[in-house]
Design a protein around this ligand. Structure first.
Ligand SMILES: [Zn+2]
Length: 429
């Protein structure tokens, strides 16, 4: 099947060319971009008119918990430890696979409605989550929560192996080994996770150095610098995705420079939980830096564009210097850098011939954002979900003119979410 996106202003995010094309056509054959031309006159089964609109790669959420949509707005004034201990963990223990199906489904639809084509997901009760991801046809790097602070540590690893072998041929779902954090995993368990990731050739995704208490805890337990602690349990051998990495010293960065390490910046979550501001202006000189929303409990939502604006603003404020960071760098974090972190930059993250068609179309013609001189700055700072007009993943149009193309009953979904929240979520202050 041939689809043509006609007459759009295309931002490629392509590293070599870094181009913006005016009024071009993108030709998609099945799931792949086969041509970017001035005026395509060949055969087509579907034409999407993008005149006056912006066509860009779909954005990539490099750290989140898709099952946490039911925890949206659960934290106003708690720190990380209290929030997890009081509001999250006691409830997560009671979630069924069916609960996770619906909470993940809600998040996947939120992704499509806000132009996100792929998420790096870490969560419990995986069968329901995998079903929701398949039902919504989004791309996912999937890791079930691995931790051994109870007797189920090995059981969780066996579950990952089973999920991986059952789904490894799925073109949209890839897997990661995802130990939760140093404070929920023993040294031997982290080593086991690292070995498994090497054995299966999968990335390893972990929360790391999210706040200062965690950093102090690792230094106390390991009696060394936190980057050396990563090394002690073998993680520097892995393709490593560190979520947060809010506090990494200069000496730590030097040790990471030649390793395959990505930091996922989660600015909204870090601010909500009072963790601090990661110095990504410095980090970017040493490692690949990308962007995540975290779960909705701490990150408020999965609209990457809402998070994107903060990335740029925080650095300029942190340094009291507007030249330290640019909107384009922020957009790179949400596209091609995210793809690199998740190991999919050969297929998505930019618009290039030969890559998969994971493309979004932005309509910036509403009065509130109209008349921009610099397109990139306008996208990074002013895009709202209503501006995301079309979302295409793997060549399939999942939303067009803001209308979801999936056969999912949204009223039933909302009903199910209300039932789950009423049953399990603690609404007390
Ligand atoms: Zn997280």
């Amino acid at each position: 099947m041939i689809k043509v996106i006609k007459n759009g202003t295309v931002i490629t995010m392509d590293e070599k060319r870094n181009k913006k094309y005016e009024n071009v056509d993108i030709v998609i054959e099945d799931d792949t971009i086969v041509d970017i031309v001035d005026n395509y006159n060949g055969p087509s089964d579907l034409v999407i008119d993008a005149s006056g609109k912006i066509v860009m790669p779909g954005v990539i959420n490099a750290h989140t918990h898709l099952g946490m949509s039911i925890f949206r707005a659960t934290n106003d004034n708690l720190n990380l430890t209290d929030w997890l201990n009081k509001k999250i963990w006691p409830i997560e223990n009671n979630l069924t696979d069916n609960d996770i199906y619906y909470s993940t489904l809600l998040s996947c639809l939120e992704m499509i409605k806000t132009g996100t084509v792929m998420a790096n997901n870490m969560y419990f009760n995986s069968d329901g989550a995998i079903k929701a991801i398949k039902d919504t046809k989004v791309r996912c790097l999937f890791g079930n929560h691995l931790l051994d602070n109870d007797e189920k540590g090995d059981e969780r690893i066996e579950k990952l192996k089973q999920l991986y072998s059952d789904n490894k041929d799925n073109s949209l779902i890839k897997f990661a080994v995802s130990p939760h954090a140093f404070y929920t995993c023993s040294k031997s368990y982290l080593r086991k996770c690292s070995d498994l990731a090497l054995e299966l050739d999968l990335p390893l995704h972990i929360h790391f150095a999210e706040n200062l208490d965690e950093v102090k805890g690792i230094e106390k337990d390991y009696k060394k610098d936190i980057v050396d602690a990563l090394d002690e349990v073998g993680l520097l051998r892995n393709k490593l995705i560190l979520a947060h990495a809010t506090f990494i010293s200069e000496s730590g960065l030097i040790k990471l420079k030649d390793k395959d390490v990505s930091f996922v910046h989660n600015p909204v979550s870090n601010l909500n939980l009072g963790c601090g501001i990661a110095n990504i202006s410095k980090y970017k000189n040493y490692v690949n830096v990308c962007l995540g929303t975290d779960g909705q409990g701490s990150g408020n939502n999965m609209n990457m564009f809402y998070h994107l604006s903060l990335v740029d603003l925080l650095q300029k404020g942190l340094y009291k210097d507007p030249t330290i960071f640019s909107s384009y760098e922020a957009l790179q974090m949400a596209t091609i850098n995210g793809a690199k972190a998740l190991g999919v930059d050969d297929i998505i993250g930019s618009i290039e011939v030969g890559k998969k068609a994971d493309i979004i179309i932005l309509d910036m013609n509403n009065i509130e954002v109209y008349g921009a001189v610099d397109l990139i700055t306008n996208i990074v700072h002013n895009t709202e979900s209503i501006n995301v007009n079309t979302t295409i993943i793997n060549g399939e149009v999942l939303m067009h003119d803001r209308k979801l193309m999936l056969k999912i009953d949204l009223d039933k979904l909302k009903e199910q979410i209300d039932l789950i929240i009423n049953r399990v979520v603690d609404k007390s202050e």
